[in-house]
Ligand binder design. Structure first.
Ligand code: F6P
Length: 531
């Protein structure tokens, strides 16, 4: 199924795609849902390539697989689970059944409970020992941290609730800094863990409880929990009325739409949180209804497949020209790499193409002054994904926002156009002559023909954030289906966890002689220096 696409790539590989970019292509290679626009015109995908890529979606039965996911089938086959984070944002949709039972009444009831708890925390009706809550600490890691941490920052202009802090790392440097900045008597600690067994989270939660108990008489009363484990939260001593549960069909990296989003709901308020959910639901509906040629998640996935599996570009850079999205690259690293970093297919066969790409990035314009050098002149091609809003949240500084937008568009233009030797020569002809002119000019050549896509939207509000995140989630789903892998398990994180557990007693003074030479020598060195 890949052969035709590879042949097509070989035929067009050296073409400069800029030469195709007239206004007809600009509109043909752009798709929208409401006000969100995906522009993939600055790529080497042409109409034939797109048709072949869309064929791929039909060959792998994407529509049936999508419907199976939304319909509650156990598509996470290695764990025997449904994949239904979409139910968490199915605010006014119909029933969603798992094993014959509609899950929506429970989803709505939990959302209502979150809503009333968040309202009480925000209004001061829920109090700590010292009065109204001023600080919320979310303790969680991976999907139980990255989603709400990224979301609270993304929606900072809508943040009118208590301050929110996020503790994830088992490194004591993380929690100690946060605890130092909070007053025990007015702090709410939220322990966010799907399993309630994750060692980093449970260690930090115990540290927070010990800290709280230094001056709060009933520390557990200032704790809430977000988990699928009633047993675990009860054993920790958290009262069931402050436990917000969810089901195992919500994957960690897809969980910010439900209870794991509680800190975000407390920060921005239940109404704004529901607007975020509605944005996600809007993208779900579009994904289920639009033809592939107009379907944003499908098209975004096709650019990914084209660049990674066909062109062989190993990474992709996410570059939000929206400072409030500064944690989006980290969030997408988990979403994409934990989902599609697999080398065995659902049927147990080895994957014969590359797995998903390395995802990385930083907000613009900062990245321009750091790593864009390599993107423009390095030997490897890095497909770039720009995100940009028409308006920021500081109307008094709109001219500064315009400068940001100009930089964003300039980068995609520069990547595409590049600068040839003649132009480079003319830039320095007044300074150098002859051989030195040739040498200096060569350093100033930009190869160009480097692909990028741009996602543009009017303003980063809760609804738009919901649309954007659901767009990326479905992109991951589509790419996973094309690769034939299970995007919803994460067995690759287990081995390190097991070995860390085995190493702990050795680090604490045990005998490292059974370990490989390098590990044993490192243990010796660290012990010598006081570990
Ligand atoms: O170790 C990986 C992982 O399982 C992620 O998939 C998950 O988001 C994270 O750990 C945290 O898990 P939990 O919410 O169960 O603490």
């Amino acid at each position: 199924m890949w052969t035709k696409l590879r042949r097509h790539f070989e035929a067009v590989e050296d073409r400069r795609f800029e030469t195709m970019l007239d206004s007809a292509r600009a509109s043909d290679f752009t798709a929208s849902i409401g006000d969100i626009r995906l522009d993939y015109a600055k790529t080497n995908i042409d109409a034939d390539g797109r048709a072949l890529l869309i064929d791929l979606l039909d060959q792998v039965g994407l529509a049936e697989k999508r419907d199976a996911m939304f319909g509650g089938a156990a598509i996470n086959e290695t764990e025997g689970r449904a994949v239904l984070h979409t139910a968490l944002r199915n605010l006014d949709g119909g029933p969603v059944t798992v094993d014959g039972a509609d899950v929506m009444p429970a989803v709505r009831a939990t959302l209502d409970r979150m809503d009333s708890f968040a309202t009480d925390v925000r209004s001061g009706a829920f109090k700590g020992q010292g009065g109204a809550i001023t600080d919320v600490i979310n303790i969680g890691i991976g999907g139980s941290d990255l989603g709400p941490a990224m979301g609270v920052l993304a929606l900072a202009p809508y943040h009118d609730g208590p301050r929110c802090h996020f503790v994830s790392n088992v490194d004591p440097a993380d929690i100690s800094g946060v605890l130092r900045s909070c007053d025990r008597a007015t702090t709410l600690v939220i322990v966010a863990s799907k399993t309630f067994t994750t060692i980093e989270t449970m260690t930090n939660a115990r540290t927070a409880k010990a800290w709280m108990s230094e001056s709060v008489s009933t520390p557990a009363a200032q704790f809430a929990a977000l988990s699928t484990s009633e047993k675990g939260t009860a054993a920790f001593g958290i009262s069931p009325d402050r436990v917000f549960g969810f089901e195992d069909w919500v994957g960690g990296r897809y969980s910010m739409w439900g209870p794991i989003g509680l800190s975000m709901m407390i920060a921005i308020g239940p109404d704004a949180f529901r607007a975020f959910l509605r944005g996600g639901q809007d993208m779900d509906r579009h994904f289920c209804a639009a033809d592939w040629s107009e379907n944003l998640p499908a098209l975004l996935a096709l650019t990914g497949i084209w660049h990674n599996q066909i062109c062989g570009y190993a990474t992709r850079s996410v570059l939000p020209y929206d400072n409030n999205l500064s944690r989006l690259p980290a969030y997408l690293q988990q979403l994409e790499m934990e989902s599609n970093g697999k080398s065995v297919k659902m049927d147990g066969e080895d994957l014969r193409v590359h797995s998903g790409p390395v995802v990385w990035g930083e907000p613009g314009t900062n990245g321009q002054h750091a790593f864009y050098q390599l993107i423009h002149q390095g030997t490897r091609v890095v497909p770039c994904e720009f995100l940009v809003a028409a308006r920021g949240h500081n109307d008094d500084l709109h001219h500064q926002h315009q400068l940001l937008v100009a930089n964003c568009l300039a980068q995609s233009e520069a990547l595409m156009k590049g600068r040839d030797l003649d132009e480079a020569r003319s830039k320095v002809a007044d300074k150098f002559k002859d051989e030195e002119l040739e040498r200096q000019a060569k350093h100033r050549v930009f190869p160009g023909n480097r692909p990028s896509i741009t996602i543009a939207y009017p303003k980063l509000d809760p609804f738009a954030l919901g649309q954007i995140l659901a767009l990326y989630e479905h992109r991951v789903f589509v790419e996973g289906v094309v690769l034939g892998i299970n995007s919803y398990d994460q067995w690759g994180v287990e081995l390190g966890k097991e070995l860390a557990t085995a190493l702990q007693p050795i680090i604490e003074g045990g005998d490292a002689s059974g370990k490989d030479g390098s590990t044993a020598a490192l243990v010796d060195f660290l012990q010598m220096h006081g570990v």
